[in-house]
Ligand binder design. Structure first.
Ligand code: PMP
Length: 426
């Protein structure tokens, strides 16, 4: 039964089924109030990289809570925050060396946009525009919405969103013979725009656009993008809120693609699924433009819970686990691929793609391929009755599994998908 005083996100009140009440979570599994077990195939919105309720993270929070639970972060610091900063910059490309904390993916993006814009402002240069990509999603706050694709989800606010130039994202898939052409066209278009010298930064989800439908591009595209960004001195922001922490089969999409952005946004996987935390990490060059004796050059952005010690303790434990599961996240691409080849001939599937832990397929739709396509809703319902949590994005069915997933569970998921697709009206 829907609670009379709760408002759930992404719910059309009249048509959505009642929310399912979750009693507990363990590893990749959730247990509902009625005892039904459901395999979380999307890591609860891509957050729970180690599955649910990992005892090591729970213990780390418990220990930290007895020492320091929260403290103002302006003018104060603490061990858990310093340790996160020291460790993160070790895993990130060399130039990224200043860590700014916030609370969630959207705010990590807001911070990156403010840093990039004010970076030029502080140097008395007028670069009023951002370049973003079609199909992008960067969060639900106003700045993040502005640099995301306009969609039915933003429609009510479109008049309020600042103007952004959008370039085509050269999405590719298995057997795509046009990818180089799409990349060349995108790069040519972007280079022409950047040549105006009016762009503060380019922002994108590198290698995989998430909420826009798990659309994947090649590392080569990111390398070319970096080259033209450097030529025009435009900053490059990588939103790795989803792709960070092993999701693309390497520590980060930028390390997998061998590209060094000027700013990177991280959240979801950083937290291990326990407490909200995010960071925007920038280069020393950017930091230097804010760090001066002139008051008006400071970055005036600080959340109440900035660098919350409990969140940092959870993130440190999550990083430890990530190191221990490196072989698992590096191996997931091959595990997916072995199974995806068997789906390639399924008449319900139009296109397949896979990068690291992320596997996605576009389903054939009769008519409307948009967000509210019926096929997504049908799959959501049918998968639950098979004990799988799948939430297609429109007609895109995808998997984003926790790293604790076993071969047997993978088999269960793929055979479940086979059965669900066979049960759909053709
Ligand atoms: N950027 C990307 C790439 C995301 O996938 C998301 C969340 N799906 C966000 C930003 C926003 O993160 P949050 O929901 O934590 O605000």
């Amino acid at each position: 039964m829907a609670h009379p005083h709760l408002w759930h996100p992404f719910t059309q009140a009249k048509t959505a089924p009642d929310p399912l009440k979750v009693k507990s979570g363990q590893g990749a599994w959730l247990t509902l109030e009625d005892g039904q077990q459901i395999l979380d195939c999307i890591s609860s919105w891509w957050v729970n990289i180690h599955g649910h309720a990992h005892p090591r993270i729970a213990e780390a929070i418990y220990q930290q809570a007895q020492v320091l639970e929260q403290v103002i972060f302006a003018g104060f610091t603490h061990d858990p925050a310093e340790q996160i900063a020291t460790r993160l910059v070790k895993y990130l490309p060399g130039a990224l060396s200043r860590v700014f904390f916030s609370d969630n993916g959207s705010t990590a993006v807001e911070v990156a946009l403010k840093m990039a814009y004010q970076y030029w402002h502080n140097q008395r240069q007028h670069r009023p525009q951002f370049l973003a990509f079609t199909g992008a999603y960067h969060g639900d706050t106003f700045g993040a919405m502005a640099v995301g694709a306009r969609s039915p989800f933003t429609a009510a606010f479109d008049d309020l969103l600042f103007q952004v130039e959008f370039a085509p994202f050269p999405a590719t898939y298995w057997g795509d013979e046009t990818v180089e052409q799409k990349e060349a066209q995108a790069i040519a278009q972007i280079a022409a725009k950047l040549a105006t010298g009016s762009f503060a930064a380019i922002i994108l989800e590198p290698l995989v656009q998430g909420a826009g439908g798990m659309r994947m591009c090649r590392p080569q595209f990111l390398q070319q993008l970096q080259a033209i960004a450097r030529q025009s001195d435009t900053l490059l922001i990588f939103d790795e809120v989803m792709t960070g922490f092993g999701r693309t089969g390497d520590w980060f999409a930028c390390t997998r693609a061998a590209v060094e952005p000027d700013l990177i946004c991280l959240s979801k996987g950083l937290t291990g699924g326990f407490l909200p935390l995010a960071v925007t990490v920038c280069s020393e060059k950017i930091y230097a433009a804010f760090y001066s004796d002139e008051a008006q050059k400071a970055l005036y952005h600080g959340h109440s819970f900035t660098a919350n010690p409990l969140g940092c303790a959870a993130a440190l434990a999550s990083l430890d686990l990530l190191i221990e599961t490196e072989a698992a996240f590096r191996g997931l691409e091959a595990q997916h691929q072995r199974r995806l080849v068997h789906l390639a001939d399924n008449p319900q599937i139009e296109r397949i793609r896979c990068t690291g832990a992320i596997a996605a397929m576009d389903l054939v739709t009769a008519g409307d391929p948009g967000y509210f396509n019926q096929i997504g809703a049908q799959i959501r319902q049918r998968s639950l009755s098979k004990g799988l949590l799948l939430r297609p994005l429109g007609n895109v069915l995808y998997l984003l599994l926790p790293y604790c997933i076993t071969e047997a569970e993978l088999d269960l998921i793929y055979s479940g998908i086979d059965e669900i697709l066979a049960s759909l009206p053709s």
